[in-house]
Design a protein around this ligand. Structure first.
Ligand code: NAD
Ligand code: MG
Length: 405
């Protein structure tokens, strides 16, 4: 059987070529930080962004990629002129087609999929079709179209390595032959850890009034705004339950979410013999990034050594579904299957943006997602067209609830 996660190891001559989708974001920048520590091992072939042209051009100055992509065509045009002014040989492309081109280039062996949200799906699928090593941060792609994505990975001998810190920790804690089926290899369950976000202890009645600034102020991780709000609602953990089902070929009843406020254990695997394997480290995404890029070897990431005496204690709690209704909605969506996870994801993206725009309150996010799931028909997610259709129907329904238009 060909493993969806890393089936064989390819060793190119010379440095490994890397495309970074979402280079200007939090994961993109951490990836470039890791790469800059290993100029002998990696070279950047392409960098992409949505519209942040100044930042992208500055990165091109530092890393001299062959290609840069700005999805926004106006930004791409301006970037082209800036590149010329700066005497850079980087060729600028635009649109989703530009993203699909730079993941499939022959010189590229690894693709960091770090676009936020559904926008990352098509380029991540293109990387799978091109048989690359995909370093998957963009969990929304798997949530929307898990079966289609995993089938493409298998059919094209691509490698899929999880960047999400929990899934990377689970991968590190699994036995080598886990793709034969978790029961067959003595794995009892996955213990998926969660920090509980900034409102873990807040009075539930105070949640209605929390601001985007408070929601984005995560106690342990510095991340983009969307995932920060997802962490505050715990939808992030819900999306991660779905992500884990696809990556590890299991069902939601084999995944226990465990709140662990210190974010030192990044997840665990419990075995039939009573063993529990955990992966630990400081909360810094450069660890899973370096692990996945170098796998099966190890390399330095720049992350500080874990000082257990300073950590001193590790706590664990059961999640409270009344406080975090989004987590329950995600469990319900994966249990329903079909396009329900794509509908959940789209409604969440719209509701989170509406909260960031101050159009709805924090506590309205879950209600909008629940009502969108009720209103949009669930279908078999057999083709990409069906998934994208569910995504766009859900966006329309959620948008009218969140913005009143
Ligand atoms: P971010 O908001 O910091 O960066 C997002 C990147 O995507 C930017 O480069 C932006 O230009 C690009 N982008 C945004 N919209 C786009 C569009 N429509 N088309 C093309 N590109 C677009 O986000 P982030 O925190 O780096 O997260 C990226 C992904 O990684 C998300 O799926 C997130 O869930 C996942 N992730 C992030 C972390 C973290 O620590 N930040 C941890 C685990 C998983
Ligand atoms: Mg995570």
């Amino acid at each position: 059987m060909i493993s969806p996660i890393a089936s064989f190891i390819r060793v190119p001559d010379g440095p490994v070529g890397v495309t970074i989708l979402g280079a200007t974001g939090s994961i993109g920048m951490s990836t470039l930080d890791v790469i800059s520590r290993h100029p002998d091992k990696y070279r950047v072939i392409a960098l992409t962004a949505n519209s942040q042209l100044e930042r992208l051009v500055a990165l091109c100055r530092d890393f001299k990629p062959q290609y840069a992509v700005l999805v926004d065509s106006n930004a791409a045009e301006k970037a082209g002129s800036l590149m010329k002014e700066a005497n850079l040989n980087t060729q600028v492309l635009s649109g989703i087609e530009g993203l699909e081109t730079v993941v499939a280039l022959e010189d590229v062996q690894q693709v960091m999929a770090a676009i936020v949200g559904a926008a990352g799906l098509r380029p991540a699928l293109a990387a799978a079709r091109a048989g690359k090593r995909i370093l998957l941060a963009n969990k929304e792609a798997l949530v929307m179209s898990g079966k289609i994505f995993m089938d493409e990975v298998r059919a094209n001998n691509a490698e899929l390595l999880p960047i999400d810190s929990e899934h990377n920790a689970i991968f590190q804690s699994m036995p080598p032959n886990y793709l034969n089926g978790l029961e067959k290899v003595g794995v009892k369950k996955i213990l998926l850890t969660a920090s509980g976000g900034p409102f873990r202890d807040a009075d539930i009645s105070s949640l209605e009034k929390v601001t985007p600034e408070q929601a984005c102020d995560h106690p342990n991780w510095k991340m983009g705004k969307k995932i920060s709000v997802d962490s505050a609602t715990m939808m992030n953990k819900g999306l991660e339950v779905i992500e884990a089902c696809w990556l590890f070929g299991t069902s939601p009843d084999h995944i226990q979410v465990v709140i662990h406020p210190q974010s030192i254990i990044h997840s665990m695997v419990a075995y039939d013999d009573g063993s529990v394997m955990a992966q630990m480290g400081n909360p810094d995404m450069r660890t899973p990034i370096a692990h996945s890029m170098a796998w099966p070897e190890r390399m330095k990431s720049g992350v500080a050594d874990l000082d257990l005496f300073e950590v001193s204690r590790l706590d664990f709690e059961r999640p409270d579904m009344n406080r975090f209704p989004c987590l329950q909605l995600a469990y319900d969506a994966i249990n329903q299957g079909g396009t329900a996870p794509a509908i959940l994801n789209a409604a969440n993206e719209v509701a989170v943006q509406a909260f960031l725009d101050k159009s709805i309150s924090f506590t309205e996010i879950s209600g909008i997602i629940a009502r969108t799931l009720d209103q949009v028909a669930n279908e078999d997610a057999t083709t990409l067209a069906v998934v994208l259709d569910a995504d766009s129907s859900a966006r329309k329904v959620a948008h009218s609830m969140a913005y009143g238009v």
